[in-house]
Design a protein around this ligand. Structure first.
Ligand code: IPM
Ligand code: MG
Length: 363
């Protein structure tokens, strides 16, 4: 039997309550495998700042350094409470980006997955959803505008200005391209490259490196779509996409659109993968307005556990059992309130994961 250490970053808002459900799923997986998981809670986000003056405290860093994988709950507060925190310590800048930088988690996998049976969740028409959606968005996560140099000031003529640099090196582009081509090799072998090379020099280099890396994967067909056109295509004909690869900001925006076409960001788990360490997080926010009410949808956090099993621990079989167990809750006619439809029974956060666990144990 092997034991793996998992750091659980508690986050803000609904964070701690969806994390409890992730732990229940982890415990159920232990029962159907020969793996044991040692789960260690750690403070992270605005709540950490209010408790100990740092949104990514040293103690949390030490726990993450020791862990085999990290699960991160959503972070952030409403505008009014956020403003009580100094700008540099606010959870996005003070915790999340430093987490990504510390472990160089450059490859962000955001699956946009909707089986036909759940097509009704999507705001798109049934004829557009067809047999369902299965897109893998791959977002470069540690470069680009979000990590470039920033500077603001006032010009000699009194005009306020801001500089924000979009930086990428060839090696940063190369490594995310290899990830995308490899993912594509395991799927339909059609890779869509998202860019804006008609305007941005960064996209010109991006596309150049892509052509070089493509030579190692002659079986993969590459399609190029400009980012704004991709936004339209995701609404009009999302089924044309399989694996999509894009730089950091494009991925931030298009992956939220992906959540929109699924019907809820509540259906968006994600994996943030580095060469040494990876962390897993729901793509949605901390929803402070519903925190503590027991109604948050834990699907994205439990789905992030499934991604962890697959990517960090080579437990594809157990991951598939977990995915099916989660989807069966919906196909059995139950849903949390973000997705519920006439005819479906509305259930709360812990009831959802109790059903997931029943389904795992019955599998
Ligand atoms: C995401 C989020 C983050 C990002 C924020 C919270 C900094 O929107 O993971 O998509 O922009 O990367
Ligand atoms: Mg985002």
């Amino acid at each position: 039997m092997s034991v793996k250490k998992i750091a659980l970053l508690q986050g803000d808002g609904i964070g701690p309550e969806v994390m409890v459900e992730a732990v229940k799923a982890i415990k159920a997986i232990e029962k159907i495998s020969d793996m044991k998981f040692e789960c260690i809670n750690a403070k992270f986000g605005a709540s950490a700042y209010f408790e100990c003056g740092a949104s990514f405290p040293e103690e949390t860093k030490a726990i993450c350094d020791e862990a085999d994988a990290i699960i991160k709950a959503p972070i952030g507060l409403n505008k009014e409470d956020s403003e009580k925190i100094p700008v540099e310590e606010r959870p996005e800048r003070g915790a999340l980006l430093p987490l990504r930088r510390r472990y160089d988690t450059y490859a962000n996998f955001r699956p946009i997955k909707l089986p036909k049976a759940l097509a009704d969740f999507s705001p798109l028409k049934p004829e557009i959803i067809g047999e369902g959606l299965d897109i893998m968005m791959i977002r470069e996560l540690v470069g680009g505008l979000y990590f470039g140099k920033k500077d603001r000031g006032v010009n000699a003529d009194g005009n306020r200005y801001v500089h924000e640099q979009l930086e990428y090196t060839e090696n940063q582009i190369k490594r995310i391209m290899h990830v995308a081509f490899k993912e594509s090799m395991g799927r339909t072998k059609v890779l869509t490259n998202i860019h804006k090379s008609n305007v941005l020099m960064s996209s010109v280099l991006w596309n150049e490196v892509l052509e070089e890396v493509a030579k190692d994967y002659p079986e993969v067909e590459v399609k190029h779509v400009i980012v704004d056109a991709a936004a339209t295509a995701l609404c009009l004909n999302p089924r044309q996409f399989d694996v999509m690869v894009m730089e950091n900001m494009f991925g931030d925006i298009l992956s939220d659109q992906g959540g929109g076409i699924l019907g809820s960001l509540g259906l968006m788990p994600s994996a943030c993968v580095g060469d040494e360490k990876s962390y897993y997080e729901p793509s949605h926010g901390s929803a402070p307005d519903i925190a503590g009410k027991g109604i948050a949808n834990p699907y994205s956090t439990i789905g992030s556990v499934a991604l962890m099993l697959e990517k960090s621990f080579d437990m594809k079989k157990e991951a598939d059992i977990l995915w099916s167990a989660m989807q069966k809750v919906f196909t059995d006619g139950f849903s949390t309130c973000d997705l519920t439809r006439p005819g479906m029974k509305n259930i709360g956060t812990s009831e959802f994961s109790d059903k997931v666990i029943e389904n795992i144990l019955a599998s």
